[in-house]
Design a protein around this ligand. Structure first.
Ligand SMILES: NC(=O)c1ccc[n+]([C@@H]2O[C@H](COP(=O)([O-])OP(=O)(O)OC[C@H]3O[C@@H](n4cnc5c(N)ncnc54)[C@H](O)[C@@H]3O)[C@@H](O)[C@H]2O)c1
Ligand SMILES: O=C(O)C(=O)C[C@@H](O)[C@H](O)[C@H](O)COP(=O)(O)O
Ligand SMILES: [Zn+2]
Length: 370
C-alpha cells in the first residue's frame, strides 16, 4: 500500500508492506548517486536496531550494488541531544555525504528525529529517508517532517521542518519490539481516534488487545489508518500554523512536561507521557465543562485497561504544578506569551483552546498531581 503525503513538489510516498525491509534496496537505489568509489549509502541507526534489522537492509542494498556506511547510536531518548547531533553530523561529513545525497534513518522516533534534523542542516540541507522500526515511528514520527533534538529547556526545542524523500514501513520488524515500546507506540495510534475520529476510537477499543499482542492484521490496520490521518493533517497544515496540525499535539503539552521531569529518560517513554497527557487533557476538558465526563472516563478507562499508568504520583513524577507549568511555557505553540491547549469536546473532537487561564491549569494539576 502507498499513502502519499501531498505537499506539491515535495510530495512523498509512504510505502507500507510486510517484508519491505528485505526489498528496500530496489526502492532506495534510484536515490543513490554513482560515485568514483562506487555506490554508498549512509544509514543512521541505534545499537539495538543495528543488531536486529540492519543486516536485512544491507543485504537488500548489496543486491543493488550499494554498500552501507552505518552510524550506530546508543538506544533511547538520551541520544536526541546536542552531543547526538554532533556525532551524526560529524559522522556524515566524515563519510563525505553530499548535499544531493540521501541519508537513511533506520530506527525509532529518536533515530528519525535526530537524523532528520542532521539532514536538515548538513551542508545546509540534504535528503533523507525514514525506515521506522517502532510502532510509534511507523504511525507518527516518520511522517510529517518534524525533526528535532531536546534542549536543557525542554522537548524538541531545537529543530526544523524537513520532509523525508520517502518512508518505508515494514510492519514485520515490530515482531522484535519489546512490549513496553509497543504499548508506548499505541498511545500515538489511539491519539488519532481521540483527536478526530470517534469511529477509529471504537475500532481501538475492539482491537487494541490484538495490536498489543502482535496480531499482524490489527497492526497493519492501525498503521494504515494512522498514516492516512497524519498524511492528511500534514498536507493541510505542514508547519502547524492553521490550528489543524496542532491537534496532533493532543496530550503533548502535559506529556512533555512530565518527560522533562523524568529527564528525557526511560523513566517515562514519550508514548507513556502522551497517554498520561491525553488522560489529563480529557479530565481537564471535563472539569472546564467542555467535554462530557463520560467521554473523559471512557478515554481514561481505555488507556488504563491497556497498561498505561495515568497517575503522576504512581510514576514517581508528582512535581509541583508551578514547575510543570514552567516546562509547558517552553512549548513551541506559545505565542505572545500565551500557551494554547489542545482540549476536547468529546471523543474525536479535539480543538485548540487559546483562552485557558494558567491559574485553572495550576489548580487542576494540584488536584491530579496530589
Ligand atoms: N517527529 C515527530 O513527528 C514525532 C512524533 C512522535 C514522537 N516523536 C519522537 O519520537 C521519539 C520516541 O520514538 P520511539 O518511541 O520510537 O523511541 P526510540 O526511538 O527510543 O525507540 C524505542 C526503543 O526501541 C528499540 N527498537 C527500535 N526498533 C526496534 C525493533 N524493531 N525491535 C526491537 N527494538 C527496537 C530502540 O533501540 C529503542 O531502545 C521521541 O523522542 C519523540 O519525541 C517524534
Ligand atoms: O507531527 C506532529 O505535528 C506532532 O505533534 C506529532 C507528535 O506526536 C510528536 O510527538 C511531535 O514531535 C510533537 O511536536 P512538538 O512540536 O510538540 O515537539
Ligand atoms: Zn508524540
Amino acid at each position: 500500500m502507498i499513502v502519499d503525503v501531498a505537499l506539491g513538489a515535495r510530495t512523498y510516498p509512504i510505502h507500507i508492506e510486510a517484508g519491505l525491509l528485505a526489498r528496500a534496496g530496489a526502492l532506495l537505489a534510484p536515490l543513490v548517486a554513482a560515485k568514483p568509489g562506487g555506490k554508498r549509502l549512509a544509514v543512521v541507526t541505534d545499537r539495538a536496531v543495528a543488531g536486529l534489522h540492519l543486516p536485512a537492509l544491507e543485504a537488500s542494498l548489496a543486491a543493488e550494488g550499494i554498500a552501507v556506511d552505518a552510524i550506530v547510536l546508543e538506544p533511547g531518548e538520551g541520544a536526541k541531544n546536542w552531543a547526538g547531533l554532533e556525532r551524526v553530523c560529524e559522522g556524515l561529513l566524515a563519510l563525505g555525504v553530499e548535499r544531493r545525497d540521501v541519508v537513511v534513518a533506520l530506527g525509532g522516533g529518536v533515530v528519525g528525529d535526530l537524523t532528520g534534523f542532521a539532514a536538515s542542516i548538513l551542508r545546509r540541507g540534504c535528503g533523507f529517508v525514514q525506515i521506522p522500526t517502532t510502532l510509534l515511528a511507523q504511525v507518527d514520527s516518520s511522517v510529517g517532517g518534524k525533526t528535532a533534538i531536546n534542549a536543557a529547556a525542554g522537548k524538541n526545542l531545537i529543530g526544523a521542518f524537513h520532509q523525508p524523500a520517502m518512508v518505508l514501513i515494514d510492519p514485520q520488524v515490530l515482531a522484535t519490539l519489546p512490549p513496553r515500546e509497543l504499548r508506548a507506540g499505541y498511545a500515538e495510534v489511539v491519539k488519532y481516534g481521540l483527536l478526530g475520529d470517534a469511529g477509529f476510537f471504537d475500532w481501538c477499543e475492539a482491537n487494541a488487545a490484538a495490536v498489543l499482542a502482535g496480531d499482524a492484521a490489527a497492526q497493519a490496520e492501525a498503521i494504515a489508518v494512522s498514516c492516512r490521518a497524519k498524511a492528511r493533517i500534514v498536507a493541510a497544515d505542514e508547519r502547524e500554523t492553521e490550528d489543524v496540525r496542532a491537534l496532533l499535539n493532543l496530550g503533548h503539552t502535559f506529556g512533555h512536561a512530565f518527560e522533562a521531569e523524568a529527564g528525557f529518560s526511560d523513566r517515562l517513554l514519550h508514548g507513556e507521557g502522551v497517554a498520561l497527557g491525553m488522560a489529563l487533557a480529557f479530565a481537564f476538558s471535563a472539569r472546564l465543562g467542555l467535554c462530557p465526563a463520560a467521554d473523559a472516563a471512557r478515554a481514561q478507562a481505555h488507556l488504563a485497561a491497556h497498561g498505561f499508568t495515568l497517575s503522576p504520583a504512581a510514576l514517581g513524577l508528582a512535581a509541583p504544578p508551578a514547575r510543570l507549568i514552567a516546562h509547558m511555557m517552553q512549548d513551541k505553540k506559545v505565542s505572545a506569551g500565551r500557551l494554547p491547549f489542545i482540549l476536547v469536546r468529546g471523543i474525536g473532537q479535539a480543538f485548540v483552546a487559546r483562552d485557558v487561564a494558567l491559574a485553572e491549569v495550576e489548580a487542576f494539576l494540584a488536584e491530579v498531581v496530589g
